[in-house]
Ligand binder design. Structure first.
Ligand SMILES: Cc1cc2nc3c(=O)[nH]c(=O)nc-3n(C[C@H](O)[C@H](O)[C@H](O)COP(=O)(O)OP(=O)(O)OC[C@H]3O[C@@H](n4cnc5c(N)ncnc54)[C@H](O)[C@@H]3O)c2cc1C
Ligand code: FES
Length: 376
């Protein structure tokens, strides 16, 4: 593996066209199957609220990308060897374009958010497993928190093309951090820009915690109405009837969500109480992004009912909510921000025995050995 390739400084590389952006860098060898390494050229960099939207000429990645996958990008700083991961907001195979939405959260993302048209960004993409599209025609609710909403219009378009009715719910702390609230919708109205029959979603619902846009509150406050049948109630087992399953307003059976882990947990709780399935695009801390380092592991229940620590970068980042071991995810710990990381459940395959010197002390915090996925 090479160190992060040079991310040429603003204005240092002015390449007009896809061919130059398609140049393959020497870390092609590390690309897992299905992913490619490209020196993507920034076609445009625009502020969107608190974020920067980068349109990249990256034709080989764009041709293969699916909603839910991510791109790992070099920062160009030799002091920051690890790539930074971003959900692919959309990919246009014909135009050879990949779109990312970047929040400047720390030094690496600040560098990437500061790129300008003509700069080069080495990307490795598409990585991870995409969302599995629910059965054609069934109603779907998409939920995005903050920049987590980035891929949802693209995902919505794929679902609507299969005949599903799609409700998009987006939320953030405040209006600046909101994304996707202006997604065109077939219903139009206050929350969405009318987009006609070809709009990527049917309805857009917005919540902010401070009430600066949409309803005051959280995305989970809006979910119950979308998951309940037309009479306002879920079925005895929480499921909707056949009419609602067709996706004609309310009663959706599938919830697909991207955002912070705490939001994903809350979405899963509300959706499963209403009898809906969930697929959750997790955002676990990542180092290599290609399945080598085990930084990103999460406890996941397999088909055999046993829990294993599974790499979010290769087996995820999208997981069925019912398969995640929520009891071991996001346990507060002194070394990490609350809600970050996961511990190895005692019953997980390969977990240290309680008599092992690696096991946490009785009554000790979960961050002791056996805890993985914390941020560096
Ligand atoms: C699958 C996935 C999708 C993501 N999608 C987006 C997106 O669409 N837009 C966006 O702005 N951000 C996204 N992130 C988060 C983004 O990768 C981090 O904010 C970024 O890595 C932080 O790097 P930094 O140098 O700015 O901050 P620092 O905190 O200095 O990062 C230090 C190290 O920790 C790792 N790290 C820190 N925070 C995170 C984090 N939240 N997730 C993963 N690794 C982290 C970095 O890779 C780096 O190695 C995504 C993360 C993942 C895993
Ligand atoms: S980030 Fe290295 S294995 Fe997932």
């Amino acid at each position: 593996m090479t160190a992060a390739g040079p991310l040429d400084g603003p204005g240092a590389v002015a390449v007009d066209g896809v061919e130059a952006g398609a140049e393959v860098v020497d870390d092609e060898a590390v690309a897992p199957p299905g992913a490619v390494a490209e020196r993507a050229v920034v076609r445009s960099a625009e502020p969107v609220g608190a974020y920067t939207r980068l349109v990249l000429a990256a034709p080989r990645s764009a041709a293969a990308a699916r909603p839910g996958q991510f791109a790992a990008c070099s920062t160009g700083d030799s002091g920051m060897l690890l790539r930074r991961s971003f959900s692919i907001s959309s990919a246009d195979a014909e135009a050879g374009e990949l779109v990312l939405v970047v929040a400047a959260a720390g030094p690496g993302t600040a560098r990437i958010a500061g790129l300008r048209a003509g700069d080069v960004l080495p990307v490795l993409a598409p990585l991870g497993r995409p969302f599995a599209l629910p059965p054609a025609g069934e109603g779907v609710v998409l939920v995005g928190g903050g920049y987590g909403a980035a891929p949802l219009a693209w995902l919505g378009a794929a679902l609507r093309a299969r005949g599903s009715a799609v409700d998009l719910v987006v939320g953030a702390g405040d209006a600046r951090r909101l994304l996707g609230h202006d997604t065109p919708s077939t219903a139009g109205g206050a929350d969405g820009v009318p987009g006609g029959a070809d709009a990527p979603v049917d309805r857009v619902h917005v919540a902010t915690e401070d009430g600066s846009a949409g309803a005051r509150g959280r995305v989970t406050d809006l979910l119950p109405d979308l998951l309940a049948g037309p009479d306002g109630s879920a079925g005895p087992d929480g499921s909707a009837g056949p009419e609602e399953s067709a996706g004609h307003g309310g009663g959706a059976r599938h919830v697909l969500a991207c955002g912070p882990m705490a939001m994903l947990r809350a979405v899963h709780e509300v959706a499963s109480a209403a009898g809906a399935t969930t697929q959750l695009a997790t955002e676990e801390s990542m180092a290599c992004g290609i399945g080598v380092c085990m930084t990103c592991v999460l406890p996941v229940v397999g088909d055999d009912g046993r829990t294993r620590m599974v790499r979010a970068c290769t087996e995820g980042p999208v997981f069925a909510g019912e398969r995640l071991r929520w009891d071991a995810i996001g346990a507060p710990a002194p070394q990490r921000p609350a809600g970050v990381g996961a511990r190895v459940p005692e019953d997980a395959v390969g977990a240290p025995a309680s008599s092992s010197p690696l096991a946490p002390p009785a009554g000790g915090d979960a961050v002791q050995p056996g805890v993985v996925g914390g941020r560096p």
